[in-house]
Ligand binder design. Structure first.
Ligand SMILES: Cc1ncc(COP(=O)(O)O)c(C=O)c1O
Length: 346
């Protein structure tokens, strides 16, 4: 690659990460159902549960992707947001109505943390394994859903799974959803071309990403996975992509030994480098410095609502160390990171 840059959205998948023989990581079986996005998978599941099992309440932790919470307001279910963030995942059992018409969204944070749902006896537990899709098949929840585009180079997509083989809803066809997939896939292709210096204009590929994102924001209901995205997903070597992320993460940790107090988790399941700074000032300084070196980090998630969550959000930073990068790239990323931390005025 000639136009090196790091982080941000995936470009289209490079050779070597496709399956050589048909061995789809997920499954074509009936206990998997595929949707346009993670939020549409959750929307579809709740709609199905409200209709067929009279679900009346859904509990969601406050520290979450806020769009997902907002999208549920149209459903005929009480959405109860309880205070919780990755610094404090202890559940106050008395707060929850532990009955089989209540649903608890067990968010797996960044691949490394989730709630102790063993405390519940009757509640319907739904795991959100967006940040750890390797764990989907080992889940013991009633249902699992995940957004696929956070760990995999797919334009978009969401999956719903039932470990207990419970009946799952199917998504609806939608031509605008197909168009969102086309826009995103084109953006991903043009980004690849840009990175290889075969396409000059970054604004053009970015405009396709932005367009697709805007379309996805509008299309949060129960739409099915567009055929284009399904075809891309089915040929990905998911196992290899995720193993490569693990080995890059391990390599990054080796280069950050003296900086471990900035790293939120050393667990190899980590989505990437989860950094937690001493202050918002320090986080923003480092973030801006990284951008100067074309390293684009992200905040998971912006627009938090409660003071406690805003404080957490303001000190957090996520750096991609996924399958896209070579060891040389990881050395570059960690060197700039260390340099930026050292340069930060105290
Ligand atoms: C943990 C988690 N769950 C669900 C979602 C929603 O996924 P999608 O954007 O595919 O709707 C996201 C997106 O940020 C997420 O991070």
């Amino acid at each position: 690659m000639i136009n090196k840059e790091f982080g941000s959205d995936f470009h289209s998948c490079d050779e070597g990460f496709f399956l050589s023989k048909k061995n789809f990581f997920f499954s074509d079986s009936k206990n998997f159902s595929y949707f346009l996005s993670g939020r549409s998978a959750l929307y579809a599941l709740l709609k199905h549960g409200i209709k067929n099992s009279v679900w009346t309440k859904v509990y969601i932790p406050s520290y979450y992707c806020q769009d997902v919470i907002e999208n549920l307001s149209e459903l005929n279910i009480q959405v109860i947001v309880f205070q919780s963030n990755p610094n404090n995942l202890i559940l106050d059992y008395d707060f929850f109505e532990d009955v089989n018409t209540s649903v608890f969204i067990n968010v797996n944070y960044f691949g490394v943390l989730d709630f102790n749902v063993q405390v519940f006896k009757n509640i319907i537990v739904v795991d959100d394994l967006t940040h750890n899709i390797f764990a989907i098949k080992n889940s013991t929840a009633c249902y699992v859903f995940a957004s696929l585009r956070k760990q995999l180079p797919v334009p978009l997509g969401g999956v719903l799974y039932s470990p207990n083989k419970l009946e799952l809803p199917l998504g609806e066809d939608n031509s605008q959803a197909d168009q969102a997939a086309e826009h995103k896939a084109l953006g991903m292709f043009l980004k690849t071309e840009y990175l290889h210096n075969r396409f000059p204009n970054k604004d053009v590929f970015r405009s396709y990403y932005i367009m697709a994102e805007e379309q996805l924001t509008a299309l949060y209901k129960d739409y099915k996975l567009p055929v284009l995205a399904e075809n891309i997903l089915k040929v990905l070597n998911v196992e290899r992509i995720l193993r490569m992320k693990e080995s890059n993460f391990k390599f990054a940790l080796n280069h950050l030994k003296e900086y471990s107090n900035y790293i939120f988790s050393l667990d190899l399941n980590s989505l990437g480098l989860l950094l937690f700074f001493n202050s918002n000032l320090q986080r923003d300084f480092v973030r801006a410095r990284l951008i100067e070196y074309k390293i684009y980090s992200s905040i998971l998630w912006p627009n938090q609502k409660t003071n406690e969550d805003i404080i957490y959000q303001n000190r957090f930073l996520f750096l991609h160390t996924d399958y896209r990068y070579t060891e040389e790239d990881i050395i570059y990323i960690t060197t700039i990171l260390k340099q930026s931390i050292q340069e930060c005025p105290t």
